[in-house]
Each structure stands twice: as C-alpha cells, then as structure tokens.
Design a protein around this ligand. Structure first.
Ligand SMILES: [Zn+2]
Length: 259
C-alpha cells in the first residue's frame, strides 16, 4: 500500500503493526470486541474476551466471517515462521545525538490518540542524565537518510560526468591484443637481424607506453561500472525503504548505517 501511495490513518505510512491490527480486528467481519488485550498497551486483563455480532439493522460487514477465520488461521501458521518485526530499531546505536554525541536508542513506543510512534531517545539523556535532547521520531531519521541517499546519488553523477570519459572496455582490450602482436612481430624482426638492438629497444618502449595508457583507461572503466552499481543500490534502497521490514533495515548489508 505504501508503494501505491495509499495512506494509513492521518496520512501516515503503513507499518506492519497497523496491518496486523486491522487483520486481527473482528469489526470488519461485523463483530464488536470487548476485553481485548492489546499486545502494546499491556493493560490489566479483566475477564475473557467478548466478541459479539453487531446488532444494527441494515448493517453489512466488509468481509465475511469465513474470510476472517481463514486470515486468523494463516496468521497463526505464519507466526511460527516469522518473528515480530516491530521490535527492531535500525537506527539504535547508530544515530548519534548532535548535542552530546551519545547514541540514540530504541525501542521506545509512545501511544498518542491510538497511533503508535516509534521513538529514539538520547542515551546521554535517559541513561547518563547529561543531555536535554528531545526524543526523535523514527520517521524523521528515515527522511533524513533518504534525503542523504539522494544527495549521494547526485554527487556520484557529478563525478561521473566530470572525471570519467566514456570508453569502451572491449575496444581497449582489442587494442591491447594488437600491441601484444606487434611486440611479437618486432621481436621476430630483431631475431631475424632486420632490427638493431637499439631500434628494437626503442620500439618496445613505445609499445609499453601505449600499453600503460590503455591499462589505466581500463581501470577507469571498472571504476565507472562501480559507480553505476552504487547508484543503482542507492536508488533501490530509496525505492524499497518503506516496503522493507525492520529486520532488513537492520542488516549490516546496508553500509550507510556504519558510516
Ligand atoms: Zn544527547
């Protein structure tokens, strides 16, 4: 849904939590639920959960009871495979407080009007009591990171255009092969006595000089390819960020968090 631009409550992006909440809420199949114990709220449990049909004339549920049960069943099956991902905080220990230099750490969740916010707190404030930084909403760190990715891409493009001429790798390799052949032929001429030692040496030096130039061009082509790859990686991270689970955001395969 994030991919298609469909917004959650208050224009927020969809999180795994909000999707799970909807899938588990029987209201969509036309049932009211009381005494439900939220996994986040942890409020006192007052008796068993009550689920009752909505008694209202002309009321039509959005989904069938059957579909709701089936969804419940599948979620139960899948819960053994996947672990809850809302406990992963990718910026924890990586984002540093600008005021005191201590790490921002999660998880800290705050509920405000039934919406869950993912927060980071400065360790300098909450552990050592030496800082007065405010808590930071995860989304603002994410946005800053995505902005930086865009910046990095622009810089790469700038370098690309200015320092690297467009050269064809195959063409260079062909030329290198030709020089090799020429060297062989010159050697034959020298052996046959058609060239003096000095003439042979001079020609060899010219070929070696040409070879050196071509090899350095070849290196640049490789660097060029690397830049293209990096640009693609940056673009992919940017495009897929909101679809990534918190686990994958946390993997060390994204080197930017280490910087
Ligand atoms: Zn701080």
């Amino acid at each position: 849904m994030n991919k298609y631009g469909v917004k959650a409550k208050k224009g927020a992006i969809w999180s795994d939590f909000s999707v799970r909440f909807i899938l588990r809420n029987p209201i969509y199949s036309g049932k009211n639920r009381w005494n439900w114990r939220s996994p986040v709220k942890r409020k006192a449990y007052t008796g068993a959960e009550i689920i009752k049909e909505i008694d209202q004339e002309g009321f039509e549920p959005i989904i069938s009871e059957e579909l709701f049960r089936e969804t419940e069943k599948r979620m139960k099956e899948r819960s053994y495979m996947a672990f809850r991902s809302d406990n992963y905080y990718p910026f924890s220990g990586v984002a540093k407080c600008a005021k005191c230099g201590h790490s921002y750490t999660g998880p800290f969740k705050k509920r405000r009007s039934r919406t869950i916010y993912r927060f980071y707190k400065c360790a300098g404030r909450c552990k050592f009591g030496i800082c007065d930084s405010q808590v930071v909403v995860e989304e603002s760190i994410e946005n800053a990171l995505l902005g930086m990715l865009e910046l990095a891409k622009t810089e790469l493009e700038f370098e690309d255009k200015n320092y690297y001429p467009t050269v064809d790798k195959n063409e260079i390799e062909k030329q290198l092969e030709k020089i090799k052949e020429k060297k062989e032929r010159t050697k034959d001429l020298y052996i046959d006595g058609d060239l003096t030692k000095d003439q042979y040496k001079k020609r060899l030096e010219i070929f070696q000089e040409e070879e050196k130039e071509l090899l350095s061009l070849l290196n640049k082509v490789d660097e060029d390819a690397n830049i293209e790859e990096i640009k693609e990686i940056l673009q992919n991270i940017k495009n897929e960020w909101h679809n990534m689970s918190y686990e994958s955001k946390n993997t060390p395969s994204i080197p930017f968090f280490k910087v």
